[in-house]
Design a protein around this ligand. Structure first.
Ligand code: GDP
Length: 465
């Protein structure tokens, strides 16, 4: 199989192609990545695939280890440790936190199992060959998940003499415990003795590992280009199911295939009162025109000048339809000053976030994927929906700053310096000093996010490249 198809060796060739058409066809839709995965990452992924096959659902090791959940404490297990991911919130949140959980699995030699519940079924293909990453329905403590979610177990409650068979953490709630968990050696050593780590998270906590004395060397070796973590792991893990792929490819062929430039515009309005329609619309146009992403319309001349044969298509994703209506009316009514033809399209407008709705989540996932096929991307500040798209596409987006007091911000947008998602809750705990610290100032490659000052994200360490 060609290296293009396998994304420079990121994907393993051993899958049945028909069961997941997107896996080996993404290269036909997305531009080749400028960022090659490191040989060390590739070898680690192949090792992980073997581990998952050996320890995955219903293997002897899995059966042995899950029996232990019924007894209160662990002694011998089937030789495998697990991380069980439970998601919450929207698709962007879920995708970036699953990728972080997988990174943790790679670093801590755990096997990742995901609980996709009833609202994430048939969204993704299996990422690991000849096994499954789906937590089995009969997982012994599955019925307790709901009650566990209400009750955060504190790290200091874990007994060193007799570690439990499972621990449950909810990130970022109780975040000092979380910081301690990933960042401090003592906690890490203790956790190694707990076979089941149940993690409920909606966050991209990957930057934490670069601040951890015990993980930072390994994670730097895996990702010499630090800001490509999600780009690599996301393209490795998240392949749309055939059903979602059908939606993506149909929309792509109809609207995006024949254009010269695809501009993704993700409009996430967190509060319609503080960010009313006209303010956001003015902001988008101000950003796109000032940054020369789009040409102005020719207000003097309503007769269409002969097109210069160049066309651009704006792919809008939004819960609402008014931005699409406004922009398409603008570019339909008047020619552009450059003669370029501008088309506008939008796959859906769901009006509000539907909780627990599988079909709604499928649309969200399809749109995240479509955005990731853009040549240029504009995203809304603080939205994980946009983070997932930019990371998959390897794109540094123009971020639309969140309006304050119903005013168009100045500047309207700012170019992100890193494609990696932002971790909204920067770690604050410093292990050695047992102190609270500002983790956005400790090292040059973990800095505060442009769209969220309280968060941190990864940047390439140019001094070391
Ligand atoms: P965030 O809240 O912006 O960080 O992004 P999430 O993806 O985590 O949550 C927002 C959820 O609202 C999505 O998963 C969708 O369910 C819905 N949503 C928001 N914007 C859009 C959109 O542009 N298209 C679709 N289809 N759904 C959206």
């Amino acid at each position: 199989m060609s290296n293009d198809k396998l994304l420079d060796g990121l994907l393993s060739p051993g899958f049945d192609e028909r069961s997941c058409l997107s896996r080996y066809r993404s290269f036909l839709y997305r531009k080749a990545s400028q960022h090659k995965p490191s040989p060390y990452l590739l070898s680690k992924l192949r090792e992980y695939e073997d581990l998952h096959k050996r320890c995955g659902p219903h293997t002897r090791s899995y059966n042995e280890t899950s029996k232990r959940l019924k007894s209160s404490h662990t002694r011998s297990t089937g030789g495998c440790n697990y991380i069980v991911w439970l998601g919450s919130n929207g698709m962007g949140n879920r995708i970036i936190s699953m990728a972080s959980a997988f990174l943790y699995a790679l670093l801590a030699n755990r096997v990742l199992l995901v609980d996709h519940g009833s609202d994430m079924t048939h969204l993704f293909c299996e990422p690991f060959p000849n096994t499954s990453w789906i937590l089995p329905m009969d997982f012994p403590i599955k019925k307790q998940f709901h009650t566990l979610k209400q009750r955060h177990v504190r790290f200091r409650d874990i007994s060193e003499e007799s570690p439990p068979s499972f621990v449950y953490f909810n990130i970022p709630h109780g975040s000092y415990d979380f910081d301690e968990l990933f960042l401090c050696d003592r906690s890490r050593a203790l956790l190694e003795r707990v076979p089941w780590f149940i993690l409920s998270s909606d966050q991209y906590f990957a930057p934490s590992f670069f601040l951890s004395p015990s993980f930072k060397q390994e994670v730097s070796k895996l990702f010499p280009e630090k800001e490509t973590i999600f780009h690599q792991l996301g393209r490795y893990l998240f392949h749309p199911s055939n059903q979602v792929w059908g939606v993506i490819t149909k929309f792509y062929q109809t609207n995006l295939a024949k254009t010269e430039q695809r501009i993704g515009l993700q409009i996430r309005v967190f509060n319609r009162k503080t960010s009313p329609f006209q303010v956001v619309m003015d902001q988008i146009l101000s950003c796109m025109l000032k940054k020369k992403l789009l040409p102005e319309v020719d207000t003097q001349n309503s007769v269409r000048s002969p097109p210069n044969n160049s066309s651009k298509t704006i792919l809008i994703t939004s819960l609402y339809s008014d931005y699409f209506e406004n922009m398409s009316a603008m570019y339909q009514s008047k020619p552009t000053v450059t003669g370029e033809v501008i088309r506008v399209c939008q796959p859906s407008h769901e009006e509000y976030q539907h909780k627990g709705d599988n079909l709604h989540n499928m649309k969200a996932w399809a749109e995240i994927y479509l955005l990731s096929l853009s040549d240029v991307l504009l995203t809304s500040a603080g939205s994980t929906f946009g983070y997932a798209a930019q990371g998959l596409g390897g794109l540094k987006p123009w971020i639309l700053i969140r309006p304050k007091n119903k005013m168009v911000p100045d500047p309207a947008c700012r170019r992100d310096k890193s494609m990696d998602p932002c971790f909204h809750y920067a770690p604050r705990y410093e292990c050695k000093a047992k102190n609270i610290t500002d983790s956005g100032t400790l090292v040059p490659y973990v800095r505060h996010c442009a769209d969220r000052q309280t968060g941190v994200k990864l940047f390439n360490d140019h001094k070391r490249l």
